[in-house]
Each structure stands twice: as structure tokens, then as C-alpha cells.
Design a protein around this ligand. Structure first.
Ligand code: UDP
Length: 343
């Protein structure tokens, strides 16, 4: 059985779909502070399969311990053997305003989780890290060996968690961890049943675009038109959420075979500007998107895209969906669920 923390969230729910379709049994632990349990009903609709669910805050070591006791007493085959850890606060801007909450939630939670794993001798861990650990990249495409630096408390919590896992792997030769550094996940499951459900006004580009496209948000502001790129706007590596979720299946296979802690980029390796995304959105949906170019957003790197060689060679995984699928699927989800899961 795979324990998925944060399994009701955006990346978590899409990964749970792929796990179930691979025949894995899944236990989701989520405190529902920034996610809806309705996502799991939708997962059931897509897959026709059930998941176990426990509502627990990872900061509550006692409650988490009880969950492990409950699911580790089970017969072999249905006992937790791997943890995929998504549960964390994820808003960069909010982390700058509330650093203590971010350090508390994102590090105490994972430490409690790792202690429970240690108690029950569970050795396999897949961690939801981020390309944000690269700070402002020195060069692109970014390889996994590039230096790390935090530009926000959020980024710092990702680096701290990576370091915790690297140190455990040094101390315990049976421990296996895969650190997945996501680039820019966008899109939604083709069914339109699960997708991103941001709280309040989205900070990220794609949920803002789809919100503006259905008239729920004012026209898009493109942050900066004077970057040294092909059209003056920033370059990012957008990856379809279903490709990203499949990257976790590849990581699951690997983490069960290897020992030690290893990092992999999950991106497409292809950089796109903000204006290219707008064009692809208009082409794939037929919806015209009003926007204005405004001043730069503080802290934005000019370009950021992945080297995908290591993931291709060692995980045998490669993203396959293109930018038009990303835009169309994100838009379909938004149209079908204008208020996310809150309808
Ligand atoms: N962006 C933008 N308008 C928005 C949100 C984002 O122009 O309302 C730009 C942003 O400056 C960046 C790109 O879109 O160049 C991706 O931003 P996002 O916040 O989604 O990801 P990140 O910057 O964290 O990679």
C-alpha cells in the first residue's frame, strides 16, 4: 500500500488516479486545510476504485502515529511500503509574509512522518520538491547537479526537506528517497473531474488565465515585457499534470529498487514564454484572452527550464503532452468547475 500525504490536492489527486490505475492500493492522509475531499469522490468516478482516507494534520504526531499503527498491522501486501509526500503549504508570496507557519508546517510535518516510517521500518519515500530549489538558475537547461538556493521561506522548506532525506539516506543504508523537482505543473485530467482548486486569487499563470477567460477574474497582467527573451516575457517549463503524475509512478518503481536519495527534474525540457502560453491558450480553446503588459514581478527569474536527461535515462519517464493539451485541459476543468470543488 502507498501512503499519499496531501492526496486530495492538485498533484496528489492526479497521482492517486495513476496509482489506482497501476493497481496500487492507496491510503490518503490529508488535513483538508487547502483541499477538498470531493476530489477523492471524483477519483473514484474516474477509476472505479476506492482509496482509504484519514483526515490528519501531519503536525499532530500522535494522530499520525495512530494511522501508521492501524495500517501497518495489516497483512503483507496491504501494509504501507512507500510514502509519497505532497502535504505542504505551497504559496511563495504567503510564505514571505508568514515564514514561521511555513517552516512549522512544512518541516515538522515531514519530520513526524519520517519518525513514523522509522518506527515501522518503512524505507521508501518520494518527495514533492520543486524547481524553486534552484533559486535564480545560473544556466538553462537546469541539471540536477546545479546549486540550490532559496528565494523564499517556501523554497527554504523544500531545501531543508531534501537535506533531511539526504542525511537519513547517509545514516540508514536501507533508506530510499526520490526527490522530484517539479517545474510548472498545469492542465487537468482529461475527464474534467479533477483539477487545480486555488484559494482566492491565483498567483500562478495558468489558473489566472483560465479564471480570466471565464470572466471570473479581471484581464491578465503579464509581468514584464522587457526581459532578454525572444518576445520580452519570462520563460518557464510548463508540464501537464498527468505527465507529472506519471512521473510519480516511474519514481515509485525506482524508489522500491534503489537505495539512497536521488533528485530528478520533472519538466518537459522545453521553455515557453508567457506570450507563447497566451497564444497556445487562444488557439486550443478558441477563446480570446485580454491582457496588458505591466511592470516586472519582483523575484521572477528570466528563464527556467529543465534538463530532462536524468529522468529519461534513470526513471524511463518523459513528458508527452504538449502545450495545447495543457491549456485546453486546464480550461475544460475551469469551465466545468468554475468554483473548483466548491459548487
Ligand atoms: N505571470 C504573469 N501574470 C500572472 C502570473 C504569472 O505574467 O498573473 C508570469 C510570471 O511572471 C512568470 C510566469 O507567468 O513569468 C509563470 O509564473 P508562475 O507564478 O505561474 O510560476 P513561477 O514564476 O513560480 O515559475
Amino acid at each position: 500500500m502507498v501512503l499519499v500525504t496531501g492526496g486530495c490536492g492538485y498533484v496528489g489527486s492526479h497521482t492517486v488516479v495513476e496509482l489506482l490505475q497501476e493497481g496500487e492500493s492507496v491510503l490518503v492522509v490529508d488535513d483538508l486545510s487547502n483541499a477538498s475531499k470531493k476530489s477523492l469522490e471524483r477519483v473514484r468516478q474516474i477509476t472505479g476504485k476506492e482509496v482509504c482516507f484519514e483526515q490528519v494534520d501531519l503536525k499532530d504526531a500522535k494522530a499520525l502515529g495512530k494511522v501508521f499503527d492501524k495500517y501497518c498491522g495489516k497483512k503483507a501486501g496491504d501494509k504501507i511500503d512507500t510514502v509519497i509526500h505532497f502535504a505542504a503549504f505551497k504559496a511563495v508570496g504567503e510564505s514571505v509574509k508568514k515564514p514561521l507557519e511555513y517552516y512549522q508546517n512544512n518541516t515538522i510535518g515531514v519530520i513526524n512522518l519520517l519518525f513514523c516510517m522509522q518506527k515501522h521500518a518503512i524505507k521508501n519515500f518520494v518527495f514533492s520538491s520543486s524547481a524553486t530549489v534552484y533559486g535564480v538558475p545560473e544556466r538553462c537547461p537546469i541539471e540536477e547537479t546545479a546549486g540550490r538556493s532559496a528565494l523564499s521561506p517556501y523554497g527554504a522548506t523544500k531545501i531543508i526537506t531534501e537535506d533531511i532525506l539526504l542525511d537519513i539516506a547517509k545514516a540508514d543504508k536501507d533508506f530510499s528517497a526520490i526527490l522530484l523537482r517539479y517545474f510548472n505543473p498545469v492542465g487537468a485530467h482529461k475527464s474534467g473531474l479533477i483539477g487545480e482548486n486555488p484559494k482566492g486569487i491565483p498567483n500562478n499563470l495558468m489558473p489566472y488565465i483560465t479564471g480570466a477567460a471565464i470572466g471570473k477574474l479581471p484581464p491578465l497582467k503579464v509581468f514584464g515585457g522587457d526581459y532578454p527573451t525572444m518576445d520580452g516575457t519570462c520563460v518557464r517549463d510548463y508540464i501537464h499534470i498527468v505527465d507529472l503524475a506519471k512521473g510519480h509512478i516511474a519514481a515509485l518503481k525506482k524508489v522500491r529498487q534503489q537505495k539512497g536519495a536521488v533528485a530528478y527534474n520533472l519538466g518537459t525540457g522545453k521553455g515557453l514564454t508567457v506570450l507563447q502560453i497566451i497564444q497556445a491558450f487562444e488557439k486550443s480553446t478558441g477563446v480570446s484572452l485580454p491582457y496588458t503588459i505591466v511592470e516586472r514581478r519582483e523575484g521572477d527569474a528570466t528563464e527556467c527550464y529543465a534538463s530532462t536527461t536524468k529522468a529519461e535515462q534513470e526513471l524511463a519517464w518523459k513528458a508527452s503532452l504538449g502545450v495545447e493539451d495543457m491549456c485546453k485541459d486546464h480550461y475544460d476543468w475551469q469551465v466545468k468547475n468554475p468554483n473548483g470543488y466548491n459548487d
